[in-house]
Design a protein around this ligand. Structure first.
Ligand code: ADP
Ligand code: MG
Length: 886
C-alpha cells in the first residue's frame, strides 16, 4: 500500500499548506475543493461536511472532507463568519494537457473576515474594516483599510486611547506583529468587539520596509504628498497592512491609491459604553440595527450612502466650519425638493460604484460588474448637471471631484454584451461587431453547427434510415447513431465507436473534419473573448482611482440627500452651532421614540444648559416618567448636529462639544458578566478622568447597582465633582430624591422633575420636564400599572406612610442632636465621600440617608444596657424618645 502522505500530490499539498498553516487550505481537485488532515476534521465540524479518509485501507488513513466547486462562496461565508481564514487553491493548468507528474496548483487568494470583496460575502450597508496596530516611536500607530472600497486611513494615538478608537472602527480583522500578540489592550478590545486577530511576521513592520511597501503601492518615493511624514509613527502598521492585503489577494490593489491621515481630536469622542448606551448603531437589548438611531435616520438610497451615513454617525465632527459646511449642504437639499428627489432617484439607480471599483482594482471584476459599471457611468452626467446647479460649498466640491470617465463608459458599453454571464469562460461576454475576428469565429462555429444539421438530413436521405441521428459526447465528439433495427443499412465508411442500448454509434471522416472546425472555432472564440475581456478589465483597472473617487462623491451626496430627506419627513430643524458651551433646545424630541410614535404623541421638551442657564440638570421623578428619554434625547441631538444633520426640535443652539459620555444605570442595561456596580463605577471613573469643560455628560440612575446608602453618596459626590472641577454640561436622571438638595450648595446646578397629573389618586405621566425637584414618589402607582395586586398595594401604602413619619421624625432628631448621628455612621457610610459634603448640606444629606437604615430609636434601644441604667435615667430616656416620635 502506498503511503497516502507521500504521493507527489500530497507533497504539493503539504508545501502549499506550510506557506500559511493557520488558514484552512481548500485544495482544488477536479470539480471539488478538498481538505485534508486537521483541516478536514475542523471543516467537517464547521461546515457540516462528511468526514472520509484518503487511502482508507492504509495503516494511517488521512482524514479528508470536501465540497463541489460551485458551492465555494456559500462555504466561504461559513468559514469567515466562524472567524477563520481560508486559502483557496486552484488547478493552474488543464489536467488533460498537464505534463508533470501532478497538475500545477497554487493558492490564488486567501479569504479572511477583513479581506472580502464579493458582494455575496459582505453586508452592502456596512463597512468592513481591517486594521493594523503597531507601537512605534512611543505612539500606537493605527492603519485602517476597507479592501472592498479602497479606503485607507492612518492615525497615531496614546495607548490609553487605542481601545476606544478601535472599538469605533470595529474592524473584523486586526493585524498585529507576531511579537505583540499578548497585550492588555488586545484583551480589553476583545471585550468590546468581535475581531479576528492575525499575527504577521515582524519584518513586515520594519519601518524602512514598511515605507517601501507604501511607496510602491502608491507609486511615489515619499509619502509627503499625502501629508504623511516618512517616519511617522503609523508607518509600520500601514506598511504591514498593505503587505498583508497584497499577500492575501495575490493581486494588485489599484483601488488603494491614497492614504488619509486623521486625528481623533477632530472627531467627537464617544467611548464604546456611550455608543452602546445611546444605541447609536445597535440596540442594547437585542443588539440589532432596527431600533437604533442609525436605522431611524437612514434615508439613503444606495449602499454607498448607507455606509457613509454610518461612518458619519460613528465619527461626528468637532470643527465648526466642517459641521456648518454639511449643514449648508443639507439645508440646500432640504429647501429644494425637486433637486433632492431627482438626486435620490438617480442615486437609487447606480450600482455600488465603490465596491465595483474595488473588484476592478483587484482584477476580480466579472463581465456583469463591468456592465454595471458602464451603466452607472451613464448616469453620472445627469448627477453632475444637477450638482452644477447647487450653490453650497460642499456640493460644489463634490461637483468638482466627480469625474465622468466617458472613455471608460464608452469602452465598456461598446464591448460588453447586454446580458453577459458572470464567468467570462461561459462565452457571450463580448458584443457582436466589436471585434472582426471574433465575429468570424462565431460565424464559423455557428456555420459548422448548421452544417451538422444538414449532414444529418443528408445521411438520412442517402442511407434510408429515418431514425438516424447526429449526437455529441465528450469522449469522442460528434457521432452518428443508428438503431439496431437498421444496422444492415449502415454504409461501409462508417467507423463503429460504441455500442449502446438498442443502437450503435459511428464516426465518419467528414463529420470529424467539421467537428474540428466547429470546436476549434468555438474554442478560439472563447479564448479571444477572454482575452478581449481581460484587456478591457485592465484598461478599466488603470482608471480605478477616478472610479473610487466618483464612488466617494456618490456616497457623500447620497448621505447629504438622506439627511435632508430625514429633516423633511421628520420635521427636523437646522441647529445653530456656537463655540460657547451651551445647549439651548426648544421643543426637542427623542429621534427614535419620536419616529416610533405617531405624530404628535411624543411630548417635546426644552433644554437650557450653559453658564447662565445652569450647567448641570438633576432630573428626579418616578419610574416611567420619561427621565431617561429626556436626557438621551439631549445627547442624541448633540451628536446628530455634529455629524451634520438637522435635529428633532423646533429650534436648537448647540455649543460645540468635544466628547459625549453616557452612563446608564444597572437596571437599564443587560448585565455583561461583571459586577454591575464595578462596571458602573469604572465607567464613572472614566468620565471623571476624561470629561472636559466642553464635554456633555449623561448620567442615568448612576449608583443604582449598590445599596441605597452607597448609591446616594457616590451619585452625590460624582455630581459635585462634575460641578466643581470639570464644569461641563451634564444631565443626571435619578430616582434618589436626596439629590435634590445638591442645588443648595451647587450654584450652577438646577433641579427638574417630570410633571405628573394626579387625577383622583390616578397618576398620569405627562412626560413634561418642569423646573424644581420632585417631591413625591409614585412608585406604588407604577406598581399598580404593572399589575401588582390591590392588597399588596394597600399594604405598601401603609408602610410608606409609616416610613415617611419616621423619616420626618429622624430629620428632626438629627437636627436636634448630633448624638443620634454617631451610632449609625457604620461601615456602609463611605468615609471618603462623607467629609467632602459641605457643612451646609451635610445634615440634610445624612438625615435623608437614614431612611434606608434601622430606626435610630431602635438602635439606641438595642444598645441600651439596662444593668447600667438608673430608673431616673430610664425615665429621662423614654421621655426624650417620646418627644422625638410625637
Ligand atoms: P424613566 O427613565 O423616567 O423611568 P423613560 O424615559 O424610560 O422613563 O420613559 C418611559 C416611557 O415613557 C418610554 O418608554 C416612553 O414610552 C414614554 N415616554 C418617555 N418620554 C416621553 C415623551 N417625551 N413623550 C411621550 N412618551 C414618552
Ligand atoms: Mg430611566
Amino acid at each position: 500500500m502506498s503511503d497516502p502522505y507521500d504521493s507527489p500530490m500530497m507533497r504539493q499539498y503539504r508545501e502549499l499548506k506550510a506557506r500559511d498553516p493557520d488558514a484552512l487550505l481548500l485544495f482544488r481537485m477536479g470539480d471539488f475543493y478538498e481538505m485534508f488532515g486537521d483541516d478536514a476534521v475542523e471543516a467537517a465540524e464547521l461546515l457540516g461536511l462528511t468526514l472520509t479518509s484518503r487511502d482508507k485501507n492504509s495503516d494511517n488513513p488521512m482524514p479528508m472532507a470536501g465540497f463541489p466547486h460551485p458551492a465555494l462562496e456559500q462555504y466561504l461565508v461559513k468559514i469567515i463568519s466562524a472567524g477563520r481564514r481560508a486559502a483557496v487553491c486552484e488547478q493552474m493548468e488543464d489536467p488533460r494537457t498537464a505534463t508533470g507528474s501532478v497538475v500545477k496548483r497554487d493558492v490564488v487568494r486567501v479569504v479572511s473576515p477583513g479581506t472580502l470583496t464579493e458582494d455575496s460575502l459582505l453586508d452592502p450597508r456596512t463597512a468592513n474594516h481591517i486594521a493594523a496596530v503597531f507601537e512605534y516611536r512611543g505612539k500606537m500607530g493605527v492603519a485602517v483599510a476597507e479592501l472592498s472600497t479602497g479606503r485607507f486611513a492612518i492615525t497615531h494615538l496614546q495607548k490609553l486611547e487605542l481601545v476606544e478608537e478601535l472599538a469605533r472602527l470595529a474592524p473584523s480583522e486586526l493585524i498585529v506583529c507576531e511579537t505583540q500578540t499578548e497585550n492588555a489592550w488586545l484583551k480589553a478590545l476583545r471585550g468590546q468587539i468581535t475581531v479576528l486577530v492575525t499575527p504577521r511576521p515582524s519584518w513586515d513592520f520594519l519601518p524602512d520596509r514598511a515605507l517601501k511597501t507604501l511607496c510602491d503601492q502608491f507609486g511615489t518615493t515619499t509619502l509627503a504628498g499625502f501629508g504623511v511624514d516618512d517616519d511617522a509613527p503609523e508607518i509600520p502598521a500601514a506598511g504591514a497592512l498593505v503587505a498583508y492585503l497584497l499577500d492575501t489577494q495575490k493581486a494588485a490593489l489599484r483601488h488603494i491609491h491614497q492614504i488619509r491621515p486623521y486625528r481623533i481630536e477632530r472627531i467627537l469622542g464617544i467611548d464604546p459604553n456611550t455608543r452602546r448606551a445611546l444605541e447609536l448603531t445597535r440596540t442594547i437589548r437585542e443588539g440589532r440595527r432596527e431600533g437604533s438611531l442609525l436605522a431611524v435616520i437612514d434615508r439613503t438610497a444606495s449602499p454607498m450612502g448607507a455606509r457613509m451615513l454610518s461612518e458619519w454617525l460613528a465619527a461626528p465632527l468637532v470643527d465648526k466650519s466642517e459641521i456648518v459646511a454639511r449643514h449648508d449642504a443639507v439645508e440646500e437639499l432640504f429647501a429644494n425638493n425637486d433637486i433632492r428627489s431627482r438626486f435620490r432617484r438617480w442615486i437609487a439607480e447606480v450600482a455600488d460604484l465603490e465596491r465595483l471599483s474595488a473588484r476592478v482594482g483587484t482584477g476580480r471584476a466579472t463581465p456583469r460588474d463591468l456592465l454595471a459599471l458602464g451603466r452607472t457611468l451613464l448616469i453620472l452626467p445627469e448627477i453632475k448637471t444637477l450638482l452644477a446647479k447647487c450653490g453650497s460649498e460642499l456640493l460644489k466640491r463634490l461637483d468638482a471631484a466627480l469625474e465622468l470617465c466617458p472613455e471608460i463608459r464608452a469602452a465598456i458599453l461598446t464591448a460588453i454584451a447586454d446580458n453577459p454571464p458572470a464567468n467570462p469562460r461561459d462565452g457571450g461576454v463580448i458584443r457582436e461587431q466589436y471585434h472582426p475576428l471574433l465575429d468570424e469565429l462565431r460565424d464559423a462555429a455557428r456555420g459548422g453547427k448548421n452544417w451538422i444539421a444538414s449532414y444529418q438530413a443528408d445521411q438520412i436521405r442517402t442511407t434510408g434510415i429515418p431514425s438516424l441521428k447526429v449526437g455529441f459526447n465528450k469522449v469522442f465528439g460528434y457521432y452518428v447513431e443508428v438503431t439496431n433495427l437498421h444496422s444492415s443499412k449502415v454504409p461501409a465508411e462508417y467507423i463503429r465507436k460504441q455500442t449502446v442500448k438498442n443502437a450503435e454509434r459511428y464516426i465518419t471522416p467528414e463529420l470529424k473534419e467539421y467537428e474540428d472546425k466547429v470546436l476549434r472555432a468555438e474554442e478560439r472564440a472563447r479564448e479571444l473573448e477572454i482575452e478581449l475581456f481581460q484587456a478591457l478589465r485592465d484598461r478599466v483597472a488603470a482608471e480605478t482611482p477616478r472610479l473610487v473617487q466618483a464612488g466617494g462623491v456618490l456616497a457623500a451626496l447620497d448621505t447629504l440627500c438622506a439627511l435632508a430627506e430625514l429633516a423633511v419627513q421628520q420635521n427636523y430643524v437646522r441647529p445653530e452651532m456656537v463655540e460657547e458651551p451651551v445647549l439651548e433646545i426648544r421643543a426637542g424630541r427623542h429621534p427614535v421614540l419620536d419616529a416610533r410614535l405617531s405624530r404628535g404623541e411624543f411630548v417635546p421638551n426644552d433644554t437650557r444648559l450653559g453658564p447662565d442657564g445652569g450647567l448641570i440638570l438633576v432630573i428626579t421623578g418616578p419610574n416611567m416618567a420619561g427621565k431617561s428619554t429626556y436626557i438621551r434625547q439631549v445627547a442624541l441631538i448633540t451628536i446628530l448636529a455634529q455629524m451634520g444633520s438637522f435635529v428633532p426640535a423646533s429650534d436648537a443652539r448647540i455649543g460645540l462639544t468635544d466628547r459625549v459620555f453616557a452612563r446608564v444605570g444597572a437596571s437599564d442595561e443587560l448585565s455583561r458578566g461583571q459586577s454591575t456596580f464595578l462596571v458602573e463605577m469604572s465607567e464613572a471613573a472614566n468620565i471623571l478622568h476624561n470629561a472636559t469643560s466642553r464635554s456633555l455628560v449623561i448620567l442615568d440612575e448612576v449608583g443604582r447597582g449598590t445599596s441605597t446608602f452607597d448609591g446616594v453618596s457616590l451619585a452625590w459626590a460624582i455630581t459635585e465633582f462634575l460641578h466643581d472641577h470639570v464644569r461641563c454640561r451634564a444631565l443626571f436622571a435619578t430616582h434618589y430624591h436626596e439629590l435634590v438638595d445638591l442645588e443648595k450648595s451647587c450654584p450652577a446646578l438646577r433641579n427638574a422633575n417630570v410633571a405628573v397629573d394626579n387625577q383622583d389618586g390616578e397618576i398620569v405621566f405627562l412626560h413634561r420636564i418642569v423646573e424644581g425637584g420632585a417631591d413625591q414618589s409614585h412608585g406604588i402607582h407604577v406598581a399598580r400599572l404593572a399589575g401588582v395586586p390591590a392588597p399588596v398595594l394597600d399594604r405598601a401604602r401603609q408602610i410608606l406612610d409609616q416610613l415617611e413619619t419616621q423619616h420626618a421624625a429622624m430629620s428632626q432628631a438629627a437636627a436636634a442632636t448630633h448624638e443620634a448621628v454617631a451610632p449609625v455612621s457604620n461601615a456602609a457610610m463611605p468615609k471618603a465621600s462623607a467629609p467632602k459634603v459641605r457643612a451646609k448640606t451635610a445634615r440634610g444629606l445624612t438625615a435623608s440617608l437614614f431612611a434606608a437604615l434601622p430606626d435610630p430609636l431602635v438602635v439606641e434601644l438595642q444598645e441600651t444596657d439596662l444593668a447600667k441604667l438608673t430608673p431616673e435615667e430610664a425615665i429621662e430616656r423614654i421621655r426624650r424618645w417620646k418627644s422625638i416620635v410625637s
